[in-house]
Design a protein around this ligand. Structure first.
Ligand code: DGI
Ligand code: FE
Ligand code: FE
Ligand code: FE
Length: 188
């Protein structure tokens, strides 16, 4: 398997400087959450480093996966924003040789969340939202919740993301709704 240095190089080569800085911010936030909530630090680091590996890929790279593998039918109506995690996890498996299913699921669900998120999945989902480079209304509240109760942070992020998407008037991927319906019970 790849060393941390090799992984950093492979990830960096896939993206702009700005996005790479975001990835390093997610890693820092994910490691802090892993320390706080008792997750494996190396798994949190690897999942964070690869979570947006496919964010700058052309649509054709995803299309060949969507044609060959079994994804929910709804996926084809969306684009990179939904594909880079859900399909990206399979590309990361194939290109980087990462086979840990918890890490791959953390990548897979970092955008939409899911009904049943493992601790690592929750950490990556939240770290992506609260990393130090993020600046949007509510991010401080999300950071505060992440410091006190990870489940509340997941619920808060899920509510805010769905509200933001509905206000923007964009289609909602079904999994985003599934996530909301489960995690809404944990809003404080
Ligand atoms: O890749 P990042 O920008 O770091 O963050 P992300 O992967 O969490 O989110 C990528 C984008 O996906 C973000 O602009 C919000 C959008 N998104 C999340 N859920 C949905 C969605 N877009 C649509 N259309 N539908 C969704 O359900
Ligand atoms: Fe992403
Ligand atoms: Fe996210
Ligand atoms: Fe991200």
């Amino acid at each position: 398997s790849l060393t941390r240095e090799e992984l950093l190089e492979r990830v960096h080569a896939q993206m702009s400087e700005k996005r790479f800085v975001h990835v390093l911010g997610v890693e820092k936030a994910a490691i802090a959450l892993a320390e706080q909530y008792g997750e494996d630090i190396e798994k949190a680091s690897i999942a964070a480093l690869v979570h947006d590996y496919c964010k700058e890929r052309p649509d054709t790279d995803f299309q060949s996966y969507i044609d060959k593998q079994l994804y929910p039918e709804a996926i084809s109506q969306f684009g990179n924003e939904i594909w880079h995690g859900l399909v990206g996890a399979d590309i990361i498996h194939d290109e980087l040789g990462i086979a840990d299913s918890d890490i791959l699921n953390a990548v897979r669900h970092h955008t939409t969340g899911s009904a049943n998120m493992s601790l690592l999945e929750q950490i990556i989902y939240v770290a992506d939202y609260i990393e130090e480079g993020r600046d949007f209304p509510g991010v401080e509240e999300a950071r505060q919740k992440a410091r006190t109760d990870l489940v509340e942070a997941v619920a808060y992020e899920t509510q805010k993301t769905l509200t933001y998407l509905v206000e923007k008037g964009v289609p909602i991927y079904p999994k985003t709704i599934e996530t909301y319906n489960v995690w809404v019970a944990h809003l404080s």
